[in-house]
Ligand binder design. Structure first.
Ligand code: ZN
Length: 248
């Protein structure tokens, strides 16, 4: 069969080969053994570079699933995203997306949506450099795809629309609670952050980088709790470092 892939990660296997982890919209995260790919004459060339969008020809066995190593016949590069690669922050954002999808693996079987949303973001990063809210939007949408998105624009208790942002977040409610339902209780979250999150939920994107960082942290934490799979995200540390580099 022929399937599209986005390369999430790869590592050396012997002197001449790569093991390539790639996301396919048809079969999820695949492990590909690409023999002889390190040689100059390999027909795979850049088609199996990290973050490349390619089409590959594989013999896929539905009974064995995608847990076994698959040896692809060929890779046809669709998009290498050269502009995205030349911008340090765009690249770091894309690397974080890839690492998260790699760590999530195939447990929830939403690969078609995950693939579409990753490809869409890589294409956006290729056209424009990364925006302040890019990663927050990506993480929020990923929560949504996985079925974990917290309710932010209405109260989980009484259903009231929250135009001013949530008064607090209650995990048991699956998200926001309104002022009335919070009553005399002290909110567990900083009111300034709740306001930022409310603005984000209502599509106002005039926040500063420091606000986006808090929102990213919130969604990352949310995904960590729900998936149990996102500890030690190396590319998150790297992304924060690239932002510091740009600031000074
Ligand atoms: Zn309420």
């Amino acid at each position: 069969m022929r399937t599209q892939i986005i390369v999430l990660h790869r590592y050396a296997y012997s002197d001449s080969s790569w093991i390539v982890k790639a996301l396919s919209p048809d079969v999820g995260v695949l492990s590909l053994l690409v023999k002889g790919a390190k040689s100059k004459n390999s027909q795979f060339k850049t088609g199996i570079d990290p973050l490349a969008h390619s089409e590959i020809e594989i013999r896929y066995n539905h009974h064995k699933g995608n847990s076994s190593l698959i040896i692809p016949k060929e890779a046809y590069l669709q998009n290498y995203f050269p502009k995205m690669r030349s911008n340090l922050q765009s690249l770091a954002a894309a690397q974080l997306m890839a690492e998260i999808l790699l760590k999530l693996g195939n447990e929830k079987s939403n690969f078609a949506e995950e693939f579409k949303w990753l490809l869409n973001n890589l294409e956006c990063l290729e056209l424009n450099t990364v925006k302040g809210n890019s990663l927050s939007l990506w993480l929020h949408k990923l929560c949504d795809i996985l079925g974990y998105a917290p309710t932010l624009s209405k109260c989980g208790q009484c259903g009231q629309e929250l135009l001013q942002g949530p008064a607090d977040l209650w995990p048991a409610l699956g998200g926001a609670v309104c002022k009335g339902c919070l009553g005399d209780r002290k909110p567990g979250y900083d009111p300034a952050f709740l306001q930022e999150l409310g603005n984000f939920a209502n599509g106002k994107s005039d926040e500063r980088q420091v606000s986006w960082l808090r929102i990213e942290n919130f969604f990352l934490g949310h995904l960590k709790v729900h998936t149990g799979a996102l500890d030690n995200l190396h590319s998150w540390e790297w992304l924060l470092e690239t932002r510091r580099l740009v600031e000074c």
